[in-house]
Ligand binder design. Structure first.
Ligand code: SAM
Length: 243
């Protein structure tokens, strides 16, 4: 692993990133869902719907939703009848997720505190692995991708939803101005936490572009690697297959 890791626009000693990211998500956990709606004007719901349509969860399939946070992706896949394990490194995010599941009467989800880089699950356990808006927070992304590959069965599918770089002329500038100026202000107003939302925006900028990330997915052993851009690549659905 590199000795430094990006934490937003800062480079920090790699071993410190996990704690800093932990503080961000512990701080935002209780306001996480309302902030997602506010920041994306509800659009994250459509991106998540589109993502889960790509995953095509089927009844009885074992699916690991990594960095599953408060459960948005897992709940959608659970409704399709899949046996979903929601994993996240942050107990505060999982706690909010479990509470939400209870309120919605969703039974049967498994919840498991895990670091995506070092999963405690056995090899070849899952039919699909999903990670939405999570991978850019991981310190050692290649390690997390190798773990995803390890826990998937042969023929298993990998799916990642993540912010990327929009290639639509003009839109990038507008989005940049919005995200750098307005999102931290929204964070201050709604979640009383400007710094965490500044990190979330900065971490988007530091994340590799679609082609570079596709190469990383291939290097982890996946084949048929694809990237499907949404809004010109502002967000992208990455996928791969364990042959
Ligand atoms: N997937 C959810 C969604 O789409 O709403 C939550 C996404 S949230 C932006 C990112 C999540 O990644 C947080 O819950 C955070 O705790 C988790 N995370 C960060 N680093 C992680 C790691 N190394 N292993 C597992 N989860 C991690």
């Amino acid at each position: 692993m590199n000795e430094t890791a990006s934490f937003g626009y800062r480079d920090v000693p790699a071993e410190e990133k996990v704690g800093l990211v932990g503080q961000v998500f512990s701080s935002v956990a209780l306001r996480y869902d309302i902030m997602n709606d506010a920041m994306s004007v509800g659009a994250h719901r459509l991106w998540k719907d589109q993502f889960v349509r790509r995953v095509k969860p089927r009844a009885g399939e074992a699916i690991l939703d990594m960095a599953g946070g408060t459960g948005d992706i897992a709940f959608r896949m659970h409704k399709a009848g899949a046996a979903v394990t929601v994993s996240d490194i942050n107990p505060d995010m999982l706690g909010v997720g479990m509470e939400r599941a209870k309120k919605r009467g969703l039974d049967g989800l498994l919840w498991s505190e895990q670091n995506a880089e070092t999963l405690s699950f056995a090899d070849r356990q899952y039919d699909a692995y999903t990670i939405a808006f999570g991978i850019r927070n991981v310190t050692d992304i290649p390690a997390a991708l190798r773990e995803a590959h390890r826990v998937l069965k042969f023929g298993g599918r990998f799916f990642c939803l993540e912010f990327s770089t929009t290639l639509w002329p003009g839109f990038a500038e507008v989005y940049d101005a919005y995200s750098h100026h307005l999102v931290p202000k929204l964070g201050k107003l709604l979640a009383h936490d400007e710094d965490s939302y500044r990190y979330l925006i900065e971490s988007i900028r530091r994340f590799p572009d679609m082609a570079t990330f596709a190469t990383m997915i291939r290097e982890a052993g996946f084949t048929q690697v694809k990237a499907e851009p949404i809004l010109g690549g502002l967000v992208a659905i990455h996928s791969g297959w364990k042959a």
